[in-house]
Design a protein around this ligand. Structure first.
Ligand code: RIB
Length: 326
């Protein structure tokens, strides 16, 4: 089965963080109090908002980003990298006398990571900044959100999008325990298992417990839910109560940084193109798997051809019937 996409590219607005990732690779991650000798240090453009913007652009969307950069060298480099991707940056403002966001990331040989974020200018993104881009949001098909910028700003963006019938997708990362109930009143929430556990209080150890958490997230206000389960795929639960497990795509994991961002971007685009939650979740699983098979946040974001290539390989192994996305 071939699923064709509409001729006009979906319009995506992302409200979120822009970081410079300082990535140290080492054989394994250090334990608390331990000093390790690392293998390499790289400066790589990242930030959950910027990563999702790049992910969406590479999958073929028209993308605008709303965010803030500091007046430092990282800010210049990050703006240039986003410009190269063709992302509209009118909504990316400069914060004077402030550093750009930075993420200190350790990645071990297994591909697992740990991340400490210093928000810098991301922490100064205000509801007024969002309001100034109200027209861009009103004209979009999808609004992508995460939690590396102030929560009041995220709430302002959700409200604006809802007033204009724009599809809202929240990737609730980094995880938070205390949140205003309006935060989950979005069209789709797509946490990973630890974020879903924190939001719902349900420990996720199996597909069944993940599906229970998905149902709880709906009771808490989300219209539809997809919970990612790392190399175990994902579960979904749609607005009609249809739910199920999405099989993982098999790849060699090199770096899981931003796999969730690739997932959220792909989910949003496929839904904007008219896919069901299940179909969009499958597409997103493939995008996340490609990202996990590559080093670095923005450099690892897949194109549509990359996602199709992985889906095609999976189809070869599991027989006909897998969709592929032209
Ligand atoms: O989701 C991955 C991102 O989280 C990294 O690029 C880093 O900047 C942190 O924000």
């Amino acid at each position: 089965m071939t699923i064709s996409v509409p001729q006009t590219p979906p319009g995506v607005v992302v409200v979120g963080s822009i970081n410079m990732d300082l990535v140290v690779r080492s054989t394994r991650l250090p334990a608390p109090g331990e000093t390790l000798i690392g293998d390499s240090l790289s400066e790589i453009p990242g930030g959950k908002g910027a990563n999702q913007a790049v992910g969406a652009a590479r999958l073929g969307a028209d993308v605008s980003l709303i965010g803030r950069l500091g007046d430092d060298g990282f800010g210049d480099t990050l703006r240039r990298a986003l410009g190269v991707e063709g992302i509209q940056l009118d909504g990316v403002e400069l914060t004077r006398e402030c550093c750009s966001g930075v993420a200190i990331i350790g990645v071990e040989d297994s591909g697992q990571n740990c991340i400490t974020v210093v928000p810098g200018a991301n922490g100064r993104l205000t509801p007024d900044d969002v309001q100034r881009q109200a027209l861009a949001i009103a004209q979009a098909d999808v609004l992508l959100l995460q939690l590396e910028v102030p929560i009041q700003t995220v709430l302002a963006a959700i409200e604006l999008a809802k007033t204009n019938d724009v599809l809202t997708i929240l990737d609730p990362a980094p995880a938070i325990r205390d949140y205003p109930p309006e935060l989950l009143s979005v069209d789709v929430v797509c946490p990973n298992e630890s974020e879903a556990a924190l939001l719902t209080g349900i420990e996720i150890t199996t597909t069944e417990s993940a599906l229970r958490a998905a149902e709880k997230l709906q009771q808490l206000g989300a219209r539809q839910v997809v919970i990612t389960l790392g190399d175990k795929g994902a579960v979904f639960r749609d607005a009609s109560g249809n739910s199920g497990h999405l099989e993982p795509f098999s790849v060699t994991t090199v770096d899981t940084t931003a796999a969730g961002d690739a997932f959220a971007a792909a989910l949003g685009i496929r839904l904007a193109e008219g896919g069901s939650l299940q179909d969009a979740g499958r597409f997103a699983c493939a995008a996340g798997a490609v990202a996990a098979s590559r080093k670095g946040a923005q450099p690892g974001m897949p194109s549509r051809a990359d996602v199709n290539a992985l889906v095609r390989v999976a189809r070869t192994f599991s027989g006909p019937g897998e969709p592929f996305y032209s």
